[in-house]
Design a protein around this ligand. Structure first.
Ligand code: HAM
Length: 418
């Protein structure tokens, strides 16, 4: 018989498996994101990863649509795309119920999105992205609010203001500069794109020159010269009122998507070894109108798990892994199995999280396993425990042991775990 080819154990290129230790960090991130969103009054929503491809045409960015989407034709000849971002989905959902939804709507989701990118540090083909958006609020307060949330999430995970900076600009500044140096309407999206990729490009000036000839130099100079606007200074004041003092105006921030119309921002890590954009967002007041209803202003941001995790790592802020399991019940001899399982069931009713060890291994090995899994407590159940109804509860971190009847165990664990 022919030898079977072994299956690869690698995940698909550019995507990740989440082993329990990874998923622990993921949960930590998501819980902080969710908590801060809810503190700001945002409601959770969700949608399928599959969208009709036309949703992205002309509304997102050419680079993403033409080069970075996972698009296929389904068995019914429909063109389908795995969502590369959430904003078009959010806009579609809100537009579909615009008559019923009370505005402003504050919505958030943590969604996996897919982009066919060259995998590298901070960039993968699937990542998870918090999106928080406020729809139906045209003013500077809403701009300040979404920035405050991005700030609040980092602060909630123990980052200090000096660990990151919020770089803000405004598409209206860019438009005014385009007007003044004479960049035509038809070229603007492409120019904005090049500006967005500027920091990552070797031949930025050459490419820009090819696009707009002699205007390139003037454009670069104008961008350097423009330091702020009355609107952005007002935004700074509003952020100050919210206790946020690490905003800087940076007219080099343009953002890649075509739908932005006003304030745009990116949060940067200030660590020398991780000086990169962590997340970003901005105002898009015309996107909802593309569904045919009226125009509804919107502003929001996306915060990716990959960059967030790198940030926490760079600043030594990653949480230490602890499994949800509080107690392992080890079985000394097989006769004690039924008793051990019953004890586990009664403690679960008191909310203790328990793994019963059925391995039949030596008791010392069972305890070693609990230790390796970082389960904090062990109870060994054998003949003595069955007869007496009293159990030695061992704390693996301290080595302390205390003998208790079943109805005192839960209380003891909870008080020791704090
Ligand atoms: P974006 O800047 O394309 O914006 O993505 C937001 C964040 O998602 C990035 O700052 C980064 O944290 C993460 N991210 C993006 N691409 C990747 C990737 N290939 N690998 C890992 N992480 C990545 C948007 O998507 C906008 N729709 C955000 C938005 C919401 N604007 C308004 N509302």
């Amino acid at each position: 018989m022919a030898k079977r080819e072994k299956l690869s154990m690698e995940p698909y290129k550019g995507v990740r498996d989440f082993y329990p230790e990874d998923q622990f960090i993921q949960r930590y991130l998501f819980e902080h994101m969710e908590r801060v969103c809810e503190l700001f009054g945002y409601e959770e929503y969700a949608a399928s990863v599959l969208e009709p491809s036309e949703l992205y045409r002309s509304k997102t960015s050419e680079e993403i649509v033409n080069e970075q989407t996972y698009t296929f034709t389904d068995r019914g000849d429909r063109e389908v795309t795995l969502r590369p971002e959430m904003t078009p989905t959010l806009a579609r959902m809100v537009a579909a119920r615009a008559r019923e939804i009370p505005f402003p709507a504050r919505w958030y989701t943590i969604a996996n999105v897919f982009r066919y990118e060259r995998p590298q540090k901070g960039r993968l083909r699937e990542h998870w992205q918090l999106n928080a958006d406020i729809v139906g609020s045209p003013g500077v307060e809403a701009d300040a609010e979404v920035i405050a949330m991005a700030h609040g999430i980092l602060r909630s995970m123990s980052a200090e203001e000096r660990d990151f900076e919020i770089r803000v600009s405004d598409r209206r500044i860019l438009d005014a500069i385009y007007d003044s140096v004479g960049i035509e309407a038809g070229q603007r999206a492409a120019v904005t794109h090049i500006l967005d990729r500027r920091a990552k490009m070797d031949d930025f000036e050459k490419e820009l020159g090819e696009l707009v000839d002699s205007s390139a130099q003037k454009l670069i100079e104008e961008l350097e010269r423009t330091t702020s606007s009355a609107y952005l200074e007002d935004l700074r004041v509003k952020l100050g009122h919210m206790g946020i003092n690490n905003m800087i105006v940076d007219t080099k921030i343009t953002r890649g998507f075509d739908y932005y119309t006003g304030m745009v921002f990116e949060v940067f890590d200030t660590d020398e070894n991780n000086r990169r954009s962590l997340f970003g967002g901005g105002r898009y007041d015309n996107l909802l109108a593309s569904f045919g209803g009226g125009s509804i202003p919107a502003v929001g941001f996306g915060m990716g798990d990959v960059t967030a995790r790198d940030f926490l790592e760079a600043h030594n802020l990653l949480p230490v892994y602890a499994p949800a399991t509080e107690l392992m019940i080890a079985i000394v001899e097989t006769d004690a199995t039924a008793h051990a399982v019953q004890l586990a069931q009664s403690l679960r009713r008191e909310d203790v999280t328990i793994a019963v060890n059925f391995s039949g291994k030596r008791i010392g090995d069972q305890i070693k396993q609990a230790d390796k899994m970082r389960i904090p407590f062990v109870i060994a159940v054998g003949a003595k425990e069955r007869e007496s109804g009293r159990y030695a509860v061992k704390n693996l971190a301290t080595g302390n042991e205390i003998t208790l009847p079943a109805d005192r165990i839960a209380e003891h664990l909870f008080s020791s775990l704090g």
